[in-house]
Design a protein around this ligand. Structure first.
Ligand code: SF4
Length: 347
């Protein structure tokens, strides 16, 4: 039951059975950042399959750089606000396409209302972001998941009473079971779009496993309209992991599928280093192909023959195959360029 409602964030639609959107959160302060570099990084993230990006907006010093980022970013930008409603107003004024707030930590209801009315006036979106660690007093003795859902529904009612419906909800917990339970309960109680994520998820491997389990199961049940795989690491890895989950579930078509051998005692070629170099570049290609990187000439060619392109290495040499046919012998150093040239030339 993907949500029936649609939330519009700039020109991006979330929910309403649209493709599941992928997002990440910028990992550094924006004050003092090189904005040209940052905008180029957003462009790369976008080409890898990132649909929107969030920035923490934690002081009024963020206003100037955020304004420029919002103006120049090719994907919608989201401002993450905590505690001070005036920062939410400032972010909206600075061009945030969406803000993420937890009304519970904004304080008095009139402050939240002022923010919501400003978003309404400017045609922006709001994510009501609840984390299990920042919930109101549990007066009814509800379990954590139910308390998260009930709190979100109360906030949605408030927003609707102020005439605002351009909303996404997220209910995140570091406990995977609580995250899944809350999402399932919310999906049966509301038709607002739901953002999925496991918060404080951990290292790339740990996070990818936890997120694949939680998000994979929920998406398989048609719950969730947008996702983030939170990783303590590179945000590019968050995009790779999220898109891999969507592709594995058949919710995203196309793109480059990179496969590589696990390596064994026969490998003499640095296939691991090659995969690390190729991955970000391949993910940015708008091609529907499979690329294989194999660690030896014994089993590599056979194992790679189903791929559109394959590199099998031996020591400092590599053999480049297209559809199982050897097209070139290259040095390890030239392998990357030779592969991309072959892909670009379609052979
Ligand atoms: S391709 Fe070669 S190195 Fe890789 S797992 Fe197979 S036999 Fe081992």
């Amino acid at each position: 039951m993907f949500s029936k409602r649609i939330c519009r964030v700039r020109d991006l639609e979330i929910g309403g059975k649209k493709p599941v959107r992928v997002q990440t959160m910028y990992d550094s302060p924006i004050v003092g950042a090189d904005i040209d570099e940052l905008i180029a990084r957003i462009g790369k993230l976008s080409s890898m399959g990132c649909d929107l990006i969030r920035f923490s907006y934690s002081s009024f010093d963020d206003e100037v750089p955020f304004k420029e980022i919002a103006k120049r970013s090719i994907i919608p930008v989201v401002a993450d606000i905590h505690f001070d409603y005036r920062l939410a107003l400032s972010a909206l004024e600075s061009g945030a396409d969406k803000i993420r707030i937890n009304p519970g930590n904004i304080g008095a209801k009139w402050k939240t209302k002022e923010v919501v009315l400003s978003a309404l006036d400017k045609g922006r979106a709001i994510r009501i972001g609840l984390n299990s660690g920042s919930l109101p007093k549990n007066e009814k003795g509800l379990d954590k998941a139910s308390l998260m859902v009930e709190t979100a529904l109360d906030y949605l009612n408030d927003f609707e009473s102020w005439g605002f419906t351009n909303t996404v909800v997220s209910l995140k917990a570091s406990d995977v079971d609580v995250t899944m339970e809350a999402a399932r309960k919310f999906a049966t109680s509301s038709d607002y779009p739901l953002h999925l994520g496991v918060t404080e998820a951990g290292s790339p491997i740990v996070s990818s496993v936890r997120s694949a389990w939680a998000l994979g199961n929920l998406l398989h049940e048609h719950i969730g309209d947008t996702v983030r795989v939170s990783i303590t690491g590179d945000i590019e890895d968050e995009i790779i992991a999220a898109n891999e989950i969507l592709r594995t579930l058949g919710l995203k078509k196309g793109g480059v599928r990179l496969v590589s051998c696990p390596r064994c005692g026969r490998h003499t070629f640095d296939s691991r280093g090659m995969v690390e170099r190729l991955q970000p570049r391949l993910m940015a290609l708008d091609k529907d192909i499979t690329v294989a990187v194999m660690g030896c000439q014994v089993n590599g060619p056979g194992e790679a023959k189903d791929a559109d392109y394959a590199l099998t290495g031996i020591g400092k040499k590599a053999f480049l195959y297209a559809k199982g046919v050897l097209i070139k012998e290259v040095t390890e150093e030239n392998a990357e360029e030779a592969l991309f040239e072959a892909i670009e030339n379609g052979r």
